[in-house]
Write a protein that binds this ligand. Structure first.
Ligand code: ZN
Ligand code: ZN
Length: 358
């Protein structure tokens, strides 16, 4: 079933007779459109893509299998959408309450005389969790570029190089492969590696530093998200102990995550493993998240999660330990859930690398 058919089936199940889709992430998922302004009117029998004059040519290329309409100055976009809705016989129109701001809603509802706007809870992040073959293929390309970027950047890791230099090199490499940056890359070293989401700084790498790099590529709107931690110069017994514990937890989770598993159990199991070496108290974030058009997409592997793992989903598995005054380790892979197991989509080595290599 394509995205439109899946949306219609969900709308039918939830008793929604018509939807206005406006969040660029959801518009992109539904139509393939990558511009910033698109609207889609969806009913059981009609689907109309609407954009403005800036995107007419782009929409012709990207939006296939759906009627399109466009407007230009001096037409008001909301009035135009309202007219189209009325011409499709829509009386009640669901809107995305999770991503529509109050002022957008107010403006649109004032202009949409004759159409009643109804809030619809976020059904899209649910729908987006199950990936099509085409989406999986794009995420695999994005993962391949992230792996290649890691392979590339480890060659420049040595004492004296700054975190910012490493970050720039990672990002330049991914851009040069034709990808976008999935999110601002994290490169943190030494004591700074105890900051799970630290920003790269002018700090120079020193012998005995952990260096944690968390980055991803975006290809045709689909993201990868990988983290590796390496050591500069020489690893102490404490480096090895902490790294081995995080790796053991990560490998355990890769083994435990299967169709039918509960997200919270997978998260909990890794905490038990880290608990054996008294490191669970340093693991403050969730084990992973859904990955797709959004880096932190629908779905969480955490103690609070109600998610159940299903085939077609893509998850990150990223346990971490962050010890103030010492440093931190995170190891993150992206995995596709299949009918029979998992496919790991990121392939960079997880052996503890001590760099530069002799
Ligand atoms: Zn990450
Ligand atoms: Zn992540």
């Amino acid at each position: 079933m394509d995205a439109l058919a899946r949306l219609r089936s969900r709308m039918a199940g939830d008793g929604i007779s018509a939807m206005l889709v406006s969040d660029p992430v959801n518009v992109g998922w539904l139509t393939g459109f990558s511009g910033t302004f698109g609207r889609v009117l969806v009913t059981p029998n009609d689907a109309l893509f609407i954009t403005d004059s800036r995107y007419v040519l782009q929409a012709r290329e990207e939006v296939l299998g759906m009627d399109t309409a466009s407007f230009g100055s001096p037409t008001d976009g909301d009035v135009f959408v309202a007219e189209k809705a009325i011409s499709l016989g829509i009386e009640k129109l669901g809107f995305e309450s999770a991503t529509t701001t109050y002022s957008q809603w107010k403006r649109t509802s004032e202009k949409m005389a004759g159409v009643e706007l109804e809030p619809v809870a976020d059904i899209f992040s649910d729908l987006r969790m199950t990936k099509s073959a085409d989406e999986i293929a794009k995420i695999k390309v994005a993962c391949g570029i992230a792996d290649a970027a890691f392979e590339h950047v480890i060659r420049m890791i040595q004492p004296g190089v700054t975190e910012i230099d490493i970050c720039l090199d990672l990002e330049f490499y991914m851009r040069r492969q034709g990808a976008d940056i999935a999110f601002p890359s994290i490169v943190v070293s030494g004591e700074r590696s105890a900051r799970p989401h630290g920003k790269p700084s002018e700090k120079k790498l020193e012998v005995g530093d952990f260096v944690t790099m968390d980055f991803g590529a975006r290809v045709d709107g689909y993201n990868s998200d990988i983290t590796r931690t390496v050591v500069v110069g020489q690893a102490s017994p404490r480096h090895r102990e902490v790294y081995a514990a995080v790796l053991e937890a990560q490998l355990w989770a890769l083994d435990a995550i299967r169709a039918g598993a509960k997200a919270r159990d997978v998260d909990g199991g890794t905490r038990e493993i880290l608990g054996k070496s008294d490191l669970a108290k340093y693991f403050g974030h969730g084990l992973g998240h859904g990955l797709g058009r959004v880096v932190h997409d629908g779905g969480r592997l955490s103690a609070m999660s109600d998610n159940v793992i299903e085939p077609g989903q893509i998850w990150t598995i990223e346990p971490g330990v962050y010890i103030e005054g010492f440093g931190g380790v995170r190891i993150e892979d992206d995995v596709l859930i299949t009918e029979t197991g998992i496919e790991i989509l990121t392939h960079s080595t997880k052996e503890l690398l001590i760099l530069p290599q002799a």
